[in-house]
Design a binder for this molecule. Structure first.
Ligand SMILES: Cc1cc2nc3c(=O)[nH]c(=O)nc-3n(C[C@H](O)[C@H](O)[C@H](O)COP(=O)(O)OP(=O)(O)OC[C@H]3O[C@@H](n4cnc5c(N)ncnc54)[C@H](O)[C@@H]3O)c2cc1C
Length: 394
């Protein structure tokens, strides 16, 4: 039996965007928090580093705008999609920016760490020892942390959910992802996410400040492994450099990563709250992952507060599930369209039609803007995509 000595302490596993955002919200409300991550920060993680206007609004509402955090960022005007030498332009006017994760994650964690009642434990895995209606005992090395609520924010592989018996299925045709940091040594990169359609997937260049840019690769295992292991990398670099008239050099190697289109697992698990990628992944080509992490981090802060004030925390869990679902419903439909478009041959062939009809631009803006939910819903029904959530466990 877990005793009540730890009443009110909240344990958060994972100190990336979702976990830090939740810790910040709870710390501000005076709730003691233990925030645990297996990595030491600053650290790199695979990401395309395109942050939507909606994600920026979440940060600003928490008093952590990119400016206030001191994070370098670059405004982006949309997407340029290349197939060989031909290209299509998809404008995105809602305010997408490129922001280095190594800076953003570190700065947000620092904000979360500012409260005296917040305990930060880095460089060690959290292992759930007991979990009973949300109250828990978590082992971090030799230390045992006891909490009256547990928030699982440990990313798409979520070892915590696996250890709790939640099955995490891999999709039938998994898409994988990787990313690395590059620098321009000659020429400039226009303020667009440059997307190269290559056999097996896509290569994305996201401009960052000071001539740096992110290069991420999404697609088949074969394509992603070629980048991770530097096989035939020079051929891709040559093609990209020739097409854009630039010279580039790599700053750190490609980081490997698992399947990126795993979709919904569940917003709660045995009385614990599940947030960010641990709860649901969105194909990164739609750029909603960071936004979802920030959004669920903020939302879970509100719901955990509600749970702590009650003898029965179930209503707060139900509210979290319901409110999160309402906020992702439209976007989920769109990310499916975007991922399907980019990830299939037929979809790629339909890109010129989508662009010519103005749909592609509207689709991309709807995903990234905070104000396009109803428009998004109409468009989703127009193109016939399902907005009904896939069955998940919770
Ligand atoms: C190749 C690629 C490109 C992407 N591009 C974009 C993009 O351009 N725009 C966008 O918005 N999103 C993008 N995403 C998605 C985005 O990176 C994720 O949605 C986002 O990082 C999710 O944040 P999170 O906090 O939920 O989880 P994560 O950022 O994955 O963090 C999970 C944290 O949990 C920690 N952890 C794991 N296990 C344990 C444990 N047992 N104990 C303690 N700590 C643990 C990890 O160390 C990690 O810090 C991309 C993803 C990939 C893979």
């Amino acid at each position: 039996m877990i005793n009540d000595a730890s009443k009110e302490r909240v344990i958060i596993v994972g100190a990336s965007l979702a976990g830090s955002m939740a810790a910040l919200a709870l710390g501000k409300a005076g709730v003691p928090v233990t925030l645990i991550d297996k990595e030491r920060f600053p650290r790199r993680k695979p990401c395309g580093e395109g942050l939507s206007a909606r994600g920026q609004a979440e940060l600003a509402a928490a008093g952590c705008s990119l400016g206030a955090l001191g994070c370098s960022h670059t405004k982006l005007a949309g997407y340029r999609i290349f197939k060989g030498k031909r290209s299509l332009l998809i404008p995105e006017r809602s305010g997408l920016v490129g922001v280095p994760r190594v800076e953003l994650d570190q700065s947000l964690l620092e904000q979360a760490a500012q409260f005296s009642s917040t305990r930060i434990m880095l460089g060690q895995k959290a292992v759930i020892h007991e979990l009973e209606g949300g109250r828990c005992v978590v082992r971090v090395g030799d230390i045992e942390e006891r909490g009256s609520a547990l928030v699982i924010a440990d990313g798409s592989a979520s070892p915590t959910l696996r250890s709790l018996g939640m099955s995490i299925t891999t999709p039938r045709s998994p898409r994988l992802g990787t990313s690395s940091a590059w620098r321009l040594t000659r020429g400039t990169l226009d303020p667009y996410v440059h997307t190269f359609l290559v056999p097996g997937g896509e290569v994305y260049l996201t401009p960052l400040a000071d001539g740096r840019f992110n290069c991420s690769v999404l697609g088949s295992q074969d394509l992603v492994q070629r980048f991770v292991h530097d096989r035939a990398l020079s051929l891709h670099v040559e093609e990209i450099s020739d097409t854009l008239g630039i010279a580039i050099s790599r700053e750190y190697p490609f980081l490997s990563c698992g399947a990126i289109n795993t979709l919904y697992r569940g917003a709660t698990c045995r009385g614990a709250f599940v947030i960010g990628d641990a709860c649901e992944t969105f194909d990164p080509c739609a750029g909603f992952g960071m936004t979802h992490a920030l959004m669920t981090g903020r939302l879970v802060g509100e719901c955990v507060l509600e749970a702590l004030g009650r003898s029965d925390p179930r209503t707060a869990l139900v509210r979290y599930k319901r409110d999160r679902e309402a906020q992702v419903r439209d976007v989920r439909g769109f990310t499916r369209i975007t991922a399907t478009t980019m990830g299939s041959r037929i979809g790629r062939m339909s890109l010129p039609f989508l662009v010519a009809s103005g749909l592609a631009g509207t689709v991309s803006e709807s995903v990234h803007s905070p104000n396009h939910a109803s428009l998004a819903r109409r468009l989703v029904s127009l193109v016939g995509a399902s907005v009904v959530p896939r069955a998940g466990t919770s």
